[in-house]
Design a protein around this ligand. Sequence first.
Ligand code: NAD
Length: 456
Amino acid sequence: MKICNPATEAIIAEYQEDTAETLSGKFSALKAGQKAWALRTPGERLECIRKFGDLVRTNKNELAAVLTAETGKPIQQSLNEINGAHNRIEHLSEYAVRVLADEVMTDTGNTHEKITYEPLGVIANISAWNFPYNVGYNVFLYALVAGNAVMYKPSEYAAMTGKQFEKYMHLSGVPRDVFQCVIGDGKLGQSMLELNFDGYFFTGSYKTGVHIAETVARKLVPLQLELGGKDPLYIADDVADVKQAAIHAAEGAFYNNGQSCCAVERIYVAESIYNEFVEAFVQEVGTYTMGDPASPDTFIGPVTREAQLEVLAKQVEDAVHKGATLRTGGERVPGKGYYIEPAVLINCNHEMDIMKEESFGPVIGIQKVSSDEEAVRLMQDTGYGLTAAVFCADEQRAKAILDVMDTGTVYWNCCDRVSPYVPWSGRRNSGLGATLSVQGIRAFTRPKAYHWRKPS
Ligand code: NAD
């Protein structure tokens, strides 16, 4: 498999892809290795993960350069991701031993009832490229600490980073037959669906997620899906500072070039502040430096996949055709690299794909609304249910809007953020199950009930 740098279109690495045969050999090794790993205590397993975290931090500059080279993520954002993802290890250090311990529920007379949390076994982790540290850690670190073995398939667009995870995992004391990174594209992912894993944990698009769910359904093993979003942000008329709101909204929309599952994908603005907001927003986007992602000043790099350029161009064209105004950007940058100027479309409506279909790139649609009721109706007018955000001064007002959102996460005066202390979950087309938090530790276990009757 050839790895292409999306900023230069140069081939920067080549890997021997895994095949159905190598996959099957690795799977058998993981099956055997998991048994010994499960016999270690959660504290011992956590110790390996902590060492892994230390090694990643020690080598973060080299690792950030790799991530930037293969995905086009601006180097400062690659470093932010590596530093930020470490909070998963802090979360596990605080909670895992306690959450994985046996729970005695009843101890009266000669009746003793307890719950133990057994690992699932060998799990398949099929992953995405946009935040490989964040979304990878959410699954494989938690699975390993709970006593599982993991076959990790990074996206074909983040294979080098996947191989680095494997290297540092083994250097940290996680045995080779407990964590394996396999290399390949969707075809290899398909071969993983044919093996009898004890759980499937997927991060990626709705289309692939549904295909995986259908394919593994008859295995009756746990399945979790972290899928896409079309996350709305509503700027209400009592917002404390319109300019600041515009700066935050633009960052939520364009960070990582809009390639975040929880990026702000559409914005609704109260009509009384609409013009002021739009001007501040367009001005802010005008300050972004686009260019070589290896340069520390770059905020907008290339998009990772060339094919996405066409999706974005079509969304812009569709919106303009249906009456939107393109205030800035939207042009493909000539020359090498998959660059598109960050695009801001205003006067949008829900006839336009840009307000309903996931963009996953540096384009945003802005729509004027006349009331909270209209904002709520439009925010919910999508098949996705990942996150929803409101910027406003009044907490009760925000609560009334966000309480009715059918999304896994809601944000008041913030957006596009993930914390390991609360669950990360999508509803409807955004997914199934939850990672992170206490629930994200338990997700990698099966409870067993012990009913103990002591002879009197
Ligand atoms: P994708 O669905 O194209 O690919 C994801 C993974 O699935 C890759 O590893 C790919 O090789 C594999 N795959 C493809 N076809 C397969 C098949 N038939 N069987 C098994 N595996 C197969 O998605 P992507 O482009 O890598 O990621 C972008 C999407 O991921 C966006 O929709 C984004 O919103 C979503 N995402 C969601 C979250 C979240 O936490 N909810 C996080 C990151 C990304």
